[in-house]
Design a protein around this ligand. Structure first.
Ligand code: C5P
Length: 238
């Protein structure tokens, strides 16, 4: 499954996790031509808020706003509306908030001029089956992810965040047109850190992922642009 470079770039989302505004903007500028999306998540958002989202957006690369909203439907609807107005292309909410909350998020996001795709975070890629059992959730990650993905689709979400391990099963079950966004991406030899359900960029793509979310393997590399280039080369290799 060889890709053109433009297609590989479109598949890559770089997670700009950090607390230093200047460093986040430096990385966003550096990686703008190497990633289809840059992700602003909780660390950066709690430090710099909506202004940072607007500033990153002005660099010309679509923003993936990973706020993982999880609250009662009314609150999530209003928060999703505010978040959507920041101009993000994608916005996350937790599937475990339930179907009514997901519907509320979609309704709230629809209030923006250009509504973002609302993505439901299924089971965090830092959790394995043992950790789920410890939370009192039986049956393992695969079954839970599948059930929550079906619920998310029924609620009108544009896709889900899942691990690369579930991507092939979800693609087969849900068909094309429903975004599968996979964190837990680790190039061969990279440190797993707190991630548990991981795969290489190529394996995730071949499993059917649309967007590969990569954070530390790029942002913590001595040369982030070179690390991104290496991932693009892996995706483009015949
Ligand atoms: O540094 P790393 O590649 O592990 O970053 C992964 C990013 O994806 C982080 O920003 C994390 O918040 C996010 N994420 C995740 N697992 C999910 C949803 C989002 O790791 N299920």
């Amino acid at each position: 499954m060889a890709l053109t470079r433009a297609a590989a770039v479109a598949h890559l989302a770089v997670a700009l996790d950090g607390s230093e505004r200047d460093e986040i903007l430096r990385l966003a500028g550096l990686l703008a031509g190497l990633a289809g999306t840059v992700k602003v998540g909780l660390e950066a958002f709690t430090a710099h808020g909506p202004d940072l989202v607007r500033e990153v957006g002005r660099l010309g690369v679509p923003v993936f706003l990973d706020l993982k909203l999880h609250d009662i439907p009314n609150t999530v609807e209003r928060a999703a509306r505010n978040a959507a107005r920041l101009g993000a292309a994608m916005l996350t909410v937790h599937a475990s908030g339930g179907e009514a909350m997901l519907r509320a998020a979609v309704a709230g996001a629809a209030g923006a001029e250009r509504p973002p795709a609302v993505l439901a975070v299924t089971v965090l890629t830092s959790l394995d089956d043992g950790a789920l059992a410890g939370l009192g959730i039986p049956g393992g990650a695969a079954g839970r992810v599948r059930a929550w993905a079906e619920m998310a689709r029924a609620a009108g979400c544009g896709g889900v965040v899942c691990s690369p391990h579930e991507a092939a099963g979800l693609r087969a079950a849900l068909g094309a047109g429903f975004l599968l966004v996979t964190p837990g991406i680790r190039p061969a030899g990279a440190a797993h850190a707190d991630q548990r359900r991981v795969a290489t960029p190529r394996a995730a793509l071949e499993a059917g992922a649309d967007v590969l979310v990569v954070g530390r393997p790029i942002t913590a590399a001595p040369d982030p642009a070179a690390a991104a280039e290496a991932i693009l080369a892996e995706l483009c290799a015949p």
